[in-house]
Design a protein around this ligand. Structure first.
Ligand SMILES: Cc1cc2nc3c(=O)[nH]c(=O)nc-3n(C[C@H](O)[C@H](O)[C@H](O)COP(=O)(O)O)c2cc1C
Length: 285
């Protein structure tokens, strides 16, 4: 399959935005709660958002200039005026209220009663917490980075987290469990992702210095049955076991193709010992 080469210079800002949002995805969503200098609350979602460091805990999001006319958003004005914001993670149960909060409500309108989410007092900053969110951060604005001046240009707000608020049931064995958080992410267009249930899986971290793809036996790399992920799992092993010692068992397939299918099945359930035993047989087949 060929790839299309696209230069930003050939696109309008709206087209570039659509391309970025489709390909840099899924993005977490910051439901940003701010307050204006004269005390009016604001709540709006932003998916140009992430965490960038943990010491000190640092997050950034980008309420950018409007693509239509280059004007700045209320969230940006409020955060810059007060130096404070709260970021609430968006769970699936908050999806449609969050969407209502994203509408272009006029200046001076508090989006909390509009979208039905519950404002609660924060501990260290004036903007409100969002009662329904499972994970929230009270933030102090550290730096504003202007990434342009035209319509759609980036206005990145970098904040230091002063306090986290995490719903108690989200801790499972001491870590935040994706099923309890049930967060949603933003893709391109009207597409969203739900990060829980069957969409969530675990991958073991590379153990020390992994074997590496280049050290895998050539016969495996030439296989039309083993996938890139199969070979990646084998390459992630801590070392090459003694393949000559692998013993055949009743029911093992006789030929290379059958063994490759069996290796693939063993890897699909994460049974590395069985996969390597079958690799040993495969090299003798
Ligand atoms: C899921 C979602 C993500 C969004 N992400 C961004 C973003 O990263 N940057 C941005 O400028 N606008 C983003 N928007 C649009 C803003 O939420 C929208 O412009 C809002 O009206 C801004 O409100 P404000 O003027 O009260 O700050 C997003 C909208 C949705 C629904």
């Amino acid at each position: 399959m060929s790839h299309r080469r696209i230069l930003p210079a050939d696109l309008s800002p709206m087209e570039t935005n659509a391309l970025l949002c489709g390909g840099v995805a899924p993005r977490p969503i910051a439901l940003a709660s701010t307050i204006s200098a004269d005390g009016v609350r604001n709540l709006s979602p932003f998916s140009f958002f992430n965490a960038f460091g943990s010491n000190p805990p640092t997050v950034a999001f980008a309420p950018n200039r409007r693509g239509r006319d280059g004007t700045v958003k209320h969230t940006y004005l409020n955060a810059v005026a007060t130096g404070e914001f709260v970021i609430a993670a968006v769970s699936h149960a908050m999806l449609h209220p969050m969407n209502v909060a994203s509408a272009e409500w006029p200046e001076g309108v508090d989006e909390f009663p509009k979208c039905g989410l519950t404002p609660l007092p924060a501990s260290l900053v004036k903007p409100a917490l969002v009662g329904e969110s499972p994970f929230q951060m009270e933030c102090h604005l550290k730096q504003v980075v202007e990434l342009g001046s035209g319509p759609g240009s980036g206005l990145m707000l970098i904040g230091e987290v002063l306090a986290f608020h995490v719903r108690e049931d989200c801790f499972v064995d001491g870590i935040l469990h994706p099923d309890a958080l049930d967060l949603v992410g933003r893709n391109g267009g009207a597409f969203y992702t739900r990060a829980s249930g069957a969409a969530v899986f675990q991958v073991p971290k590379p153990a020390g210095k992994p074997l590496g793809y280049d050290a895998l036996p050539e016969a495996l790399k030439q296989s039309h049955i083993l996938t890139g992920n199969d070979l990646g799992q084998l390459a992630n092993s801590p070392g090459l076991p003694d393949l000559s010692a692998m013993a055949r068992q009743p029911g093992d397939p006789p030929g290379p193709a059958g063994l490759d299918h069996a290796i693939h099945r063993a890897l699909a359930i994460g049974d590395m010992d069985e996969a390597w035993r079958l690799v040993g047989l495969r090299l003798k087949a």
